[in-house]
Each structure stands twice: as structure tokens, then as C-alpha cells.
Design a protein around this ligand. Structure first.
Ligand code: URA
Length: 437
């Protein structure tokens, strides 16, 4: 087989066979196909797409380019959640222990923040001592014992995606629905899960800016996941404004602990519960069956009786962290400098652009402009006004946390650019826009 012929075939709009796709994935994994040929193939897919037989074959090849965990020895169904990335999206932190305490196993392999979006691993690592670098054996042991473990992607999981994603990043071929769907699923399915719940974000702070695009991505991923024999459901959720109040790392852990205590911002609590319901049903949680109301009651009880918080503390301890942060969040990294940003007019906050707020967090030191940047665990911000709130001159819009005055200046400038004020509130969008199963 010659990569040249396969590129030409795809370029001219003909579908490739499973063997041909496998050859290209082999080439990406081993270096057997040159970078320029892989890049040209990716560009051909960008324009030509992949059909309904190509996509599962491509996914299978990507998934099996590395280690696929076998958790079948652990009793119960294993279910994970994946978010396509947002600002203030700390949902995995409260959701994973909450679902685990309700009887569904949650093996979660998460990512780091890049660009304006945050990453679960960076948030967890702001807990003193917490490690996300565990062996696969320890990962499986904790999933079995605690029902939950959160780690980072190992070099052995989907190596073809590592290579192809780097090439896509450099060749303007990231925004291709078949490539996004297969990239995400190759990593998630390698965890050995039975089902996946997707949170596909839509709006200014999301990858997918329009509902139509998000719908196509969700439908593609749900169908693709099912075609390889795993359960899948997607919620399309609003990401025009940040989720909750906290954007950063330690600040988001703190807000997650509030959720696990039964409090916290209503949108974060609601989305945690909505995704939790889907996970309990997909995971056939004991005593829940297929009843969303029973599932929701089970989740609300675990938040109210402290069970979910206790499981989070056990998880932190098992992963080397200081579980006392659950009772005393002051033990989380504290900011060196704090600045309040005040509103300079009266009216209504009509928009708070999530992408700009995410970039403000990066300016403050909470995120990465490049992969190799180091994040400041204590940096970030608390947004104190919600879209739709009335404001008066002098009200505090946000509290910024950083290490230096120059970072505070840069963060403040971004944040001010994110806020739009008007005279009257605009109609509120629902948090969950659609469900795709
Ligand atoms: N996240 C991924 O893991 N892959 C993509 O292609 C896009 C987002």
C-alpha cells in the first residue's frame, strides 16, 4: 500500500477500505508514513469527510493503536463523561465521586487546559499532593475499590491520536467533525468503559459556536460510539457565559466542594445533576433502573447526606492529596494578590463572553497559552454577577487572583472586554439545550 494512492483516493472523494485506513493509522503510530503525507490526508478528510463505514473503521484503528484497558474483571458497568471543553467547567470534579457513590464505576482519563478552556487535571493538581500519574494497575484498583479514579492520558493510550492531533493543530485541520469525533472517542473508549455521556458545549466559549454544528458533532459521536458497541448519550449545553462563578484551578476545586456540600452555584449543581442522571441510567445504577426521577433523587440524597463529599475525600487521599481541603478549603493554594473589578455604569449585565473570561484566566496565570506553560494553581477569578443581573456603578463584577500586578492588569483588561451592559435583560437561554441519544 502507498500513502500517496490513499491520499489521492480521499482527495478525489472515494471512500477508503478498513485496511487502507488501518495502514494510515499504523503509519501515524510508527512513523511509517511521513508527516507531510499524513497532513495531506487529514486535509483531504477535512474537505471530503468520512462516510458511515469509514468512520467506525478509522475509530477502531485509532483506538487499537495503543493500550485498551480491560476493566471487565471489575463488577458493574463503567461509565465516563466527556465535555468538549468550556470555561468554569469543573463538572467532572463533583460528578465523578457523586456518580461513584451512587453505584456506577467511573474510570476517568482527563485532559489539561489549553487556550481559553480549563482542564480537569490542572484543577485536581491544585490540591496539595494530588497526583494524576498513576499506573494502570493502581487506576483499576481504585476504580474497583472506590468506584472512581481520575488520571491523565498515558503515552500508551491512543498514540495515533497524539501524532495526528499535533499535525492537525499545525495544519488547520482541527475543525473537522469526523476527526474530532474519532479523536475524542479513541481516547475515551480506551478506558474500557461500557458507556459514555457527552457534554457538547455550544456558544461563545465553546469549540462549537452554533447549535447546528454542535448537533452534528453530537449525533456523529453518539452514532459512532454505538456502532462500536458502547452506549452513548449527549447533552448539548450552553457555553455563552462561564459555568458557575469560579474560573481557574484551586478556585474551581473550592466551588466543586461547595457543590458536594449541597450548595454552590445553581447552574453548576443543575448540570452536575443532569449529567449524573444520564450516567446512572447508562450505568444501570442499583435501584434506579431507567427512571430519571429516581436517578435524580438518588443523586440529590448523596449530595445532601455528605456521601458524595466523603467519596471525594477518599479519592483525594487515595491519589496522594490532602483530603482536609474538603473541610477546610483554606488549605488550597491561596492567591498572592486579589483585585476587585467594579462596574462603571448602572444597567443590566446582558452578556459575559465565556471565551474572553477564559482568556482573562489565562492572563492571570491559571491557564496555558502553549502546551509547555506552567499553570499557577492559585490564579483565577470569581465572577460575582450573572448574566441578567441588574448592576449599579461601583458593584463588584469579579474578584481577580494572581501573582503580580501586571497579570492583574492584563486579566482586568480582558474581563472588562468580556462584559456587555444594557438597559433590559435579554431572555435567558436554557442550560441544557438538547438531548441526543
Ligand atoms: N479534543 C480532542 O481530544 N480531539 C479533538 O479533535 C478535539 C478536541
Amino acid at each position: 500500500m502507498r500513502a500517496y494512492d490513499l491520499i489521492r483516493k480521499k482527495r478525489d472523494g472515494f471512500p477508503l477500505s478498513a485496511e487502507e485506513l488501518q495502514y494510515l493509522v499504523w503509519g501515524a503510530t510508527t512513523g511509517g508514513v511521513a508527516d507531510e503525507q499524513l497532513s495531506a490526508f487529514l486535509m483531504a478528510v477535512f474537505f471530503r469527510g468520512m462516510d458511515k463505514t469509514e468512520l467506525p473503521a478509522w475509530l477502531n484503528a485509532m483506538l487499537h493503536s495503543g493500550q485498551v484497558l480491560d476493566l471487565s474483571g471489575i463488577p458493574g458497568r463503567k461509565v465516563d463523561k466527556h465535555s468538549t471543553g468550556g470555561v468554569g467547567d469543573k463538572i467532572s470534579l463533583p460528578l465523578a465521586p457523586l456518580v461513584a457513590v451512587c453505584g456506577v464505576k467511573v474510570p476517568m482519563v482527563s485532559g489539561r487546559g489549553l487556550g481559553h478552556t480549563g482542564g480537569t487535571l490542572d484543577k485536581l493538581e491544585s490540591i496539595p499532593g494530588f497526583t494524576v500519574d498513576l499506573s494502570i494497575a493502581r487506576f483499576a484498583e481504585l476504580v474497583n475499590r472506590l468506584g472512581v479514579c481520575l488520571i491523565g492520558q498515558t503515552a500508551e493510550i491512543a498514540p495515533a491520536d497524539r501524532k495526528l492531533f499535533a499535525l492537525r493543530d499545525a495544519t488547520a485541520t482541527v475543525e473537522s467533525i469526523p476527526l474530532i469525533a474519532s479523536s475524542i472517542l479513541s481516547k475515551k473508549l480506551a478506558e474500557g468503559i461500557d458507556a459514555l455521556v457527552l457534554d457538547v458545549k455550544v456558544g461563545r466559549g465553546a469549540f462549537m459556536k452554533s447549535l447546528d454544528d454542535a448537533r452534528v458533532l453530537a449525533r456523529t459521536m453518539v452514532d459512532l460510539c454505538k456502532s462500536v458497541g458502547r452506549g452513548c448519550v449527549a447533552l448539548l449545553t450552553d457555553m455563552d457565559a462561564p459555568l458557575g462563578s469560579a474560573v481557574g484551578n484551586a478556585v474551581e476545586v473550592r466551588e466543586s466542594i461547595e457543590i458536594l456540600r449541597g450548595g454552590g452555584p445553581p447552574d453548576v449543581r443543575e448540570l452536575t445533576l443532569r449529567l449524573g442522571v444520564e450516567m446512572l441510567i447508562a450505568g444501570e445504577a442499583p435501584g434506579v433502573g431507567h427512571d430519571p426521577l429516581l436517578a435524580r433523587m438518588r443523586l440529590e440524597t448523596a449530595l445532601a447526606d455528605g456521601g458524595a463529599l466523603e467519596r471525594f475525600a477518599q479519592l483525594i487521599e487515595a491519589q496522594g492529596g490532602d483530603p482536609r481541603v474538603c473541610d477546610d478549603p483554606q488549605r488550597l493554594p491561596q492567591p498572592k494578590l486579589v483585585r476587585e473589578v467594579r462596574v462603571d455604569r448602572s444597567g443590566v449585565l446582558t452578556a459575559l463572553d465565556a471565551e474572553q473570561v477564559g482568556l482573562a484566566a489565562v492572563e492571570l496565570g491559571a491557564g496555558r497559552a502553549r502546551k509547555e506553560d506552567v499553570v499557577d494553581p492559585a490564579a483565577g477569578l470569581l465572577v460575582l454577577k450573572r448574566v441578567g443581573d441588574e448592576v449599579r456603578t461601583g458593584d463588584v463584577l469579579a474578584e481577580l487572583h494572581a501573582r503580580t500586578e501586571s497579570r492583574l492588569d492584563a486579566g482586568e483588561a480582558r474581563l472588562r472586554g468580556a462584559a456587555t451592559f444594557g438597559e433590559a435583560p435579554l431572555p435567558r437561554k436554557p442550560l441544557v439545550l438538547e438531548r441526543i441519544a
